[in-house]
Design a protein around this ligand. Structure first.
Ligand SMILES: Cc1cc2nc3c(=O)[nH]c(=O)nc-3n(C[C@H](O)[C@H](O)[C@H](O)COP(=O)(O)OP(=O)(O)OC[C@H]3O[C@@H](n4cnc5c(N)ncnc54)[C@H](O)[C@@H]3O)c2cc1C
Ligand code: FES
Length: 289
């Protein structure tokens, strides 16, 4: 008799590449070509065992079209769903943009490292974002706001090219009325509307004017490369050190789990060792960063 035939098959681990089936519970149009999906697990058992932390990302798929990498834009403190916000730029994001509420898409994750928010307890937090870079920051902002008594001042500086390009407009309005959040929203010169009441100017200029203290503070900075380049000297002038400034990278990825080598920078795999880095860590990477 074959001993092999008698052995039960161990089914302990989920296949790494097997996506969860997610139902699109809600679609929000944020800005031109930018949508937020609220996704719920089709299988309640998947929902039960799933967890993630602020800073992590996933691979979102449409059958027959492929996968796209997006951060998880909702906070881990909000249970029962995840959210992603994406700009329609190509094949997969166009296929996603064509989906309706109730449709099923795939999700693999969570992947990557996290913002070390436990280490930030008792500190002042400064979040600076530009354009479509608010989604990775929205997750960590809500996470810290949902644990508000653990942190001191929370300041948010957010800029977009025009008023129409601002994402999460309803949440910006909410943050703007909270007494425990200092919010500055700005649009580029010429991007304002007649009824615009926020700032007009580029993010680094607005930050320079507001001059938040670097004392006992952490900064998180995400945005297009030109914004990062011009904002870093302002943060340095304010006294922030590279060890206390965090960002999240968006290198192109494929597997998301350190197998394919698509995302590596020097010895690092951005998908596993990142995407969250301090600017001190980035300074030690090869010249392109
Ligand atoms: C960790 C991580 C988090 C991300 N989070 C978000 C997010 O929250 N929201 C969001 O909208 N996007 C995010 N991105 C970028 C997103 O993955 C790409 O825009 C998306 O995969 C494009 O898919 P596509 O098939 O529609 O585009 P494709 O058809 O593959 O490409 C369309 C165009 O976009 C360019 N492109 C594709 N991927 C990237 C990239 N990573 N960086 C720069 N250019 C790119 C291509 O060169 C091409 O010009 C993230 C990327 C990473 C790695
Ligand atoms: S995306 Fe495959 S190794 Fe990072």
């Amino acid at each position: 008799m074959s001993t092999l035939a008698a052995q039960p098959v161990a089914r302990t681990e989920r296949n790494l590449y097997m996506p969860y089936r997610m139902r699109i519970a809600r679609i929000t149009d944020e800005a031109p070509a930018v949508k937020t999906f609220r996704l719920e697990f089709v299988d309640p058992a998947d929902a039960e065992q799933f967890s993630f932390k602020a800073g992590q990302f996933g691979e979102y798929s449409v059958y027959g079209e492929g996968e796209s990498t997006f951060c998880i834009a909702s906070s881990p403190t909000r249970k029962g769903y995840i959210e992603c916000t994406f700009r329609q730029v190509g094949r997969v994001t166009s296929a996603l943009a064509d989906r309706d509420e109730g449709d099923i898409i795939g999700f693999r994750g969570p992947y990557g490292n996290v913002f070390p928010i436990e280490q930030w307890r008792g500190k002042n937090l400064l979040f600076i974002a530009g354009g479509i870079a608010l989604p990775p920051m929205r997750c960590v902002i809500w996470n810290c706001l949902d644990l508000r008594d653990q942190y001191k001042d929370v300041s948010i500086v957010y800029g977009a090219r025009t008023v129409a390009d601002l994402v999460y407009k309803h949440e910006l309005a909410e943050w703007g009325t909270r007494p425990d959040v200092k919010l500055a929203v700005t649009v580029d010169p010429g991007g304002e509307t007649p009824d615009w009441k926020g700032h007009v100017g580029f993010v680094p200029t607005v930050l320079d004017k507001l001059a938040p203290s670097s004392d006992n503070a952490i900064a998180v900075l995400c945005g297009p490369p030109i914004m990062i380049k011009l904002t870093m000297p302002v943060l340095t002038k304010l006294g922030f050190t590279p060890e206390n400034i965090y960002t999240t990278l968006e290198n192109r990825m494929k597997c998301g789990v350190g197998k394919c080598g698509r995302c590596n920078v020097g010895k690092l795999y951005v998908c596993k060792d990142g995407p969250v880095f301090t600017f001190a860590q980035l300074a030690a990477l090869p010249a392109e960063y």
